[in-house]
Design a protein around this ligand. Structure first.
Ligand code: C2E
Ligand code: CA
Ligand code: CA
Length: 720
């Protein structure tokens, strides 16, 4: 491409040069023609002049008696006839000036002086010998060039002197050449390098000119004539066309090159830009993918589905369309993570998309909200029956055992259903209502589903309200501890008491933990509330045990508390501050609490044990854990869950289970406690199996500290 523009440039240069040289050629020829013409004119005219002089001398030879009068008439006629001739002399054979006729008197003296010039004398002798006209060198008078021409009169015996004429060079040649402006050429004549004639301006250097030499007589060095064009003539011949062509060619090729260059540049730039854009698009895409997808299952994530539903809400409102939201939660998935490890849990989650895809259609959107929670968006209007069938099919599909490594795992799930637009007008409402329905399904025993309805709505509202009331209760110190005594089966003596939380709103009667303990944990309010209550209970028990009654206090610890990093610190501070002896404290933890974070629990509980505090495993039998597993923790007490005790007097199986648990405790050298003993029959059976301690309504219900104080100290004193 650049080559093309170079060629264009060279071609235009060549054309320009060609035109230039053609012009110069034409000029040269014209000049040559003009020089020839000029030469011709001058030679002819000079020869005419000489011939004229000759015929004049002949008349003199033929008519020796010519009178002075006739000679003067002839001479006058000559001067008049020929432009530039200013004077005529008759010089006799003795070289003396005899007669003269001049245009003006000043010329007379010139002729007289002339004859004293030896050079002129030599010329005259030469003219006489050769019988030819001789021309003098150029003389300058008053800045004007003048030459003299001498013609001998007669020959040999008849030689009678000379006719001499004075010729004004400029006048003579001007007359011959005419106006140079009309001929188009100037002429310049040099004699011995001196200018003797010029009818134009000074020659500019580099001007175009042509010259010729002119020799008028035998001995004279020739005059050189130079011919050069007038400016007008030159302009007519030499046009600026070649320059124009060259400049135009250069400009065009430069423009061409510039265009090519900028085109190439733009091309390169757009290439770079395109690369940059595609790179940026790639990164953008990856970022977008990451922002919108869950890395484990590659399903859309919470961010994506909330945005998606938000858009669907707007679109569906505009087009009067409907859709359905399913909120799915896997039942007890946490237990899989806790007992089989997170790697197994993750593998399990990875297999779920396949499972989902078997049930849900292509245009349904499935997203992982986090953990074991999923949301499914089902487009279009679906009847409750349709959705019910779909959900049942999904729950059924979950039940197929999934093989992960050596483990065969069966899952169940719970599903909450919400319809748009019936159950919410925005994404937050729809999701929270589907979630509320999910809670209901879980409440109903899991592995089932619930469709959002007014009852759930009420419950959800109640929940929100209760949370705010619990916050206020915390600020107002509306919680207090009740205590339920524990008895030694051997002697029916009170060995200690379990602290059980109660809520006493100022305008309300006592509320039992079943109503609020879950929310207290969810909101983490359990942490400040518990520490305050522990401190308070310790202070109370110090009064109680002041007399060294030997009674211990048992305190329930939730998972939230246990995993809090300040747990050990707070515990130590509380005991020190209240001067409560650690040996009199017992912490109750459920299996569930302990296995939430096994390593942490193990560390904390070992530290607690080192402090001399006893550790009880609460609600034993309701969890998953095997006994060998529990051996890893420093348990001192095993509290058999009341659900087993309830029916031991009527249900043989439960009795067998309780028997085994007691035997197990004995094996491990652990104190066994039966919770929820409500009647004598149950008590007798437990005595039979040598259960160590009991707690239950059969003895005492949870009571205020004052009541406990009355019972244990004052009562004992009275009894004692
Ligand atoms: P839990 O630790 O198993 O406490 C024993 C529960 O059984 C108490 O219920 C008690 O009143 C009840 N109970 C005792 N004897 C009988 C009986 O003979 N029959 C029947 N039906 N029930 C009996 P409560 O006080 O309502 O506490 C319920 C649960 O709330 C507790 O179960 C415990 O898990 C939790 N909780 C109570 N106070 C606290 C606390 O201060 N902190 C923590 N983290 N949890 C607490
Ligand atoms: Ca307990
Ligand atoms: Ca219990």
């Amino acid at each position: 491409m650049a080559f093309a523009s170079l060629v264009l440039f060279l071609v235009s240069l060549a054309i320009a040069l060609y035109v230039h040289y053609s012009q110069m050629d034409v000029l040269q020829q014209l000049l040559k023609g003009q020089a020839d013409r000029t030469q011709l004119k001058i030679v002819d005219s000079t020869q005419d002049l000489l011939a004229d002089m000759q015929s004049m001398t002949k008349r003199w030879v033929n008519d020796n008696g010519t009178s002075e009068h006739n000679w003067r008439a002839d001479a006058k006629d000559f001067i008049k006839r020929i432009d530039g001739v200013d004077g005529i002399w008759w010089i006799d054979a003795e070289l003396m000036n005899q007669w003269n006729e001049t245009y003006d008197s000043k010329h007379v003296n010139r002729g007289l002086e002339l004859l004293e010039d030896p050079e002129v004398v030599l010329k005259l002798i030469k003219a006489k010998e050769n019988n030819t006209a001789e021309i003098s060198k150029a003389y300058t008078y008053d800045g004007e060039n003048v030459v003299f021409i001498f013609q001998p009169i007669g020959q040999g015996e008849n030689h009678d002197g000379f006719i001499g004429i004075e010729v004004h060079v400029k006048e003579f040649i001007d007359d011959l050449l005419g106006d140079p402006l009309s001929s188009g050429y100037y002429t310049k004549a040099y004699a011995n390098k001196e200018v003797i004639f010029a009818n134009g301006p000074e020659l500019q250097s580099g001007s175009y000119l042509e010259h010729f030499e002119l020799n008028l007589d035998a001995d004279q060095q020739g005059w050189v004539f130079k011919v050069y064009p007038t400016e007008n003539a030159l302009n007519m011949i030499i046009s600026p066309l070649p320059y124009f062509i060259a400049v135009a060619g250069t400009i065009i090729s430069l423009l061409f090159m510039l265009t090519l260059w900028s085109k190439q540049k733009a091309k390169n730039q757009s290439k770079v830009l395109a690369n940059e854009i595609s790179e940026r698009e790639k990164v953008q895409f990856e970022l977008e993918y990451l922002a919108n997808h869950d890395t484990l299952t590659h399903l859309p994530n919470r961010h994506y589905i909330t945005n998606f539903i938000e858009k669907r809400v707007k679109l569906s409102q505009a087009n009067n369309q409907q859709f359905t939201i399913l909120f799915i939660d896997l039942d007890h998935f946490k237990d899989i993570n806790d007992t089989l490890g997170h790697a197994v849990g993750d593998e399990m989650l990875k297999k779920l998309p396949v499972l989902f895809n078997r049930v849900f259609r292509h245009d349904d959107v499935i997203a992982r909200m986090g953990g074991d929670e999923f949301v499914v968006y089902l487009p279009g209007k679906l009847s409750i029956e349709h959705v019910t069938k779909l959900v049942e099919r999904f729950l059924k599909s979950l039940e197929y055992p999934i093989q992960i490594g050596e483990h065969q795992i069966r899952l169940t799930g719970s599903v909450g259903v919400a319809f748009f637009p019936q159950h919410g007008s925005n994404v937050t409402e729809l999701l929270s209502h589907a979630d509320a329905a999910l809670y209901r399904a879980k409440d109903q025993g899991r592995n089932t589903y619930a469709v959002y309805d007014s009852e759930i709505e009420q419950k959800a509202k109640d929940r929100v309200q209760l949370i705010s009331r619990l916050h206020i209760a915390n600020e107002n110190n509306e919680f207090e501890m009740y205590f339920q005594p524990r008895y030694n089966l051997l002697d029916n003596r009170v060995v200690g008491a379990e602290a059980l939380i109660r809520w006493k709103p100022s305008d309300h009667q006592l509320v039992e933990p079943a109503e609020f303990i879950e929310l207290l944990e969810e909101t983490s309010l359990i942490i400040p509330v518990s520490w305050r209550l522990l401190k308070q209970s310790c202070q109370q028990f110090v009064q109680l045990t002041g007399g060294d009654s030997g009674m211990f206090m048992s305190f329930n610890v939730s998972a939230k508390q246990l995993e809090h990093p300040d747990f050990l610190n707070n515990l130590r501070t509380t005991l020190t501050a209240t001067q409560f002896p650690p040996q009199k404290l017992e912490l109750e933890l459920t299996e569930q609490t302990v296995i939430q974070n096994v390593e942490n629990s193990q560390y904390i509980l070992n530290e607690v044990a080192k402090m001399g505090i006893a550790i009880a495993i609460d609600d034993f039998g309701t969890g998953y854990s095997s006994l060998s597993y529990l051996k890893n923790f420093p348990f001192n007490i095993l509290k058999i869950d009341k659900s087993f005790i309830q029916d031991i007097d009527t249900d043989k199986d439960d009795l067998e289970l309780v028997k085994t648990m007691i035997a197990m405790g004995k094996n491990l050298n652990i104190v066994t406690v039966a919770e929820g003993v409500e009647n004598n029959a149950q008590l007798m059976l437990l005595k039979n199996e040598s259960c160590d301690q009991v707690q239950g309504y059969f003895f005492e219900k949870p009571m205020t500290f004052d009541a406990l104080h009355q019972l244990c100290v004052i009562g004992a004193e009275v009894n004692g």
